[in-house]
Design a protein around this ligand. Sequence first.
Ligand code: IPE
Ligand code: IPE
Ligand code: MG
Length: 249
Amino acid sequence: MNSSASLPPEAELDAPVPPIHVAIIMDGNGRWAKKRMLNRIKGHEKGAKTVRTIVRASREYGISMLTLYAFSTENWQRSKIEVTALMTLLKHFLESEQKEMVDNNIRLNAIGQIERLPKNVQQALNRTMEATKHQNGMMLNLALSYGGRAEIVRMVQRIAKKVTGGVIDQEKITSDVISDHLYTKGLPDPELLIRTSGEMRISNFLLWQIAYTEIFITETLWPDFSEDEFIQILKEYQRRERRFGRVDI
Ligand code: IPE
Ligand code: IPE
Ligand code: MG
């Protein structure tokens, strides 16, 4: 018998134990626009509004870290018009949200090939990261020009260099050493990964870090993803977690 056995089922299911780190593959902006006979860019604009809603909801729910897949290494292959629009939207988001992040004690971090982003986007990113570096209520971690394989290649190169230079003994390469050479160094692995718009794939996101992550896929397109649905998924995660961890059934 565990100590929670006497609680009514509702109390147990609603127990506020949020995941520490939630990661989201924000997919479906293009399909949202297509369904409305709009340009794909309109879908990205509406998607940026959803980002604001979900960041705020995460902070209110008590999540410590939210990682959003905003642009993949593969997304550079999209049309120049779409890539430029996404970069412009990103820059506007960084500028318009800086105050909101400071006011809500949110620290901004970025993972990925930041050096590939246009200079003006890098500058906006650096300014917002600098302005929020002492905030400790939640970390918003944006995956920008991010690819899990590129991250692993970079990690191997960095470790190999240290082995060659005699800084690390090859026998001493452990999981922790590998984690410490990824973009996510020092960050906990996500307990929960959400993908919107129904695709049953990972699309090169956090390959190493999601080894034990619970995955939720919703058919909802990212621009339509709501705070309500997000909270439902968080509650469902809490139910799943508890079943998985139980030893007495
Ligand atoms: C996600 O929406 C946003 C990015 C990948 C930048 P998509 O643009 O992939 O939308 P779909 O998948 O075409 O609907
Ligand atoms: C994944 O979505 C990347 C981001 C959400 C940034 P994609 O739309 O690029 O992935 P695929 O093409 O469906 O695998
Ligand atoms: Mg997509």
